[in-house]
Ligand binder design. Structure first.
Ligand SMILES: Cc1cc2nc3c(=O)[nH]c(=O)nc-3n(C[C@H](O)[C@H](O)[C@H](O)COP(=O)(O)OP(=O)(O)OC[C@H]3O[C@@H](n4cnc5c(N)ncnc54)[C@H](O)[C@@H]3O)c2cc1C
Length: 314
């Protein structure tokens, strides 16, 4: 990471962004950071905590994510582990309602399953001692199998851990079945990476229909533990369907919640809270904001248009 001082402030150059800062690249980065701020709380944990407090004031729980992924740098990995442990402690000491969400490739999965599991255990141990929860994000296809295996290993010792499942993957219904048998905590998402059609559904219609099927599987399943089931989408049709299913099937023994991303569908969050549902907001922060923001921009054609328009205007 490069740190470049300008007259007014310090810009943290994302490693995936421009390598040799000149006035044009700095301007572009400044412009992109402004766009990224739609979805990212800021560069530091203080920004994340402040966003968490704002969410809590609206009766929304926070899910904090320290941005970063795909690293093999041992120093960065250890700093990331420390950051998550510190976040858990800060959530506790600031009496904030929240948890953390970790990407396995930011804590060693690029190096191997064992180092990643070792690092996640350190975080899970601290989370348990503070009575806090840890989610595992699920990333691109090459890491899915290992993430689920790591999750199931962690679950043996730590019940306060959950994992995401992507409805665009053809394998997800069999993964979900297996995870439900193990009393897993599940976050259901559509999936955010570009995958090939050998392994993933490509049409939105099919992805949505699989999302419905997976939701039904969870609501229908007999779960004797007090596990968490999170519906993580902004899709109003799927959210309505989830509400209907939650009313149809008893959710007494399953904690059911909606999870949405910071900066998206804010009115929906408020409306769900008013209807009495538990709502959580995923709040990313840190200087590795570029890849996360690009995924958010690509998700919606209108965002690409807005980006192009602001670029021309600026
Ligand atoms: C809490 C949470 C955790 C997640 N964790 C993971 C994970 O671990 N792994 C993973 O692969 N993916 C994850 N995702 C991302 C997810 O897979 C989707 O890429 C993302 O949620 C967009 O899909 P959607 O379900 O909202 O449906 P879409 O059909 O994409 O969107 C439905 C509606 O939501 C609104 N919307 C959606 N995206 C945007 C946007 N970027 N900007 C503005 N409006 C938008 C629009 O109104 C759109 O019409 C997570 C999402 C959430 C909410």
């Amino acid at each position: 990471m490069k740190v470049t001082k300008t007259k007014t402030r310090t810009w943290y150059t994302n490693e995936a962004s421009l390598q040799s800062p000149n006035s044009h690249s700095l301007l572009l980065e400044k412009f992109l950071f402004k766009i990224a701020r739609n979805w990212v709380s800021g560069n530091t944990y203080a920004d994340a905590l402040s966003s968490a407090r704002i969410s809590n004031e609206k009766c929304i729980s926070a899910i904090l994510n320290f941005l970063g992924e795909d690293t093999t740098d041992e120093r960065v990995i250890q700093q990331t582990v420390k950051e998550y442990i510190m976040l858990l402690e800060l959530l506790e000491s600031h009496s904030l309602d929240g948890c953390i969400s970790v990407k396995p490739t930011q804590v060693g999965l690029r190096i191997g399953v064992d180092p990643c599991l070792f690092n996640l255990r350190q975080i899970a141990k601290r989370a348990r001692s503070l009575n806090k929860f840890m989610w595992l994000d699920i990333e691109s296809y090459p890491f899915v199998e290992d993430t689920i295996a790591i999750y199931l290993e962690l679950l043996r010792d730590y019940k306060e851990v959950g994992v995401a499942i992507q409805s665009y993957l053809k394998r997800s219904s069999s993964d979900l079945l297996h995870l439900l048998e193990q009393n897993a905590n599940i976050r259901l998402v559509k999936g955010a990476y570009t995958e090939n059609e050998g392994i993933a559904l490509r049409s939105m219609e099919k992805i949505n229909s699989n999302f419905s099927e997976l939701m039904k599987m969870v609501f229908n399943s007999d779960n004797k533990q007090n596990t968490i089931f999170a519906i993580a989408t902004h899709d109003p049709r799927l959210i309505s369907e989830a509400i209907e299913l939650s009313r149809k099937f008893s959710t007494d023994r399953r904690k059911f919640e909606f999870q949405l991303l910071k900066g998206i569908s804010n009115e929906m969050k408020t409306s769900l809270v008013k209807q009495g549902f538990r709502v959580c907001e995923y709040i990313p922060y840190g200087n590795q904001w570029l890849r996360y923001s690009v995924r958010r921009i690509k998700e919606r054609k209108r965002n690409i248009f807005l980006l192009a328009r602001s670029l021309i205007q600026s």
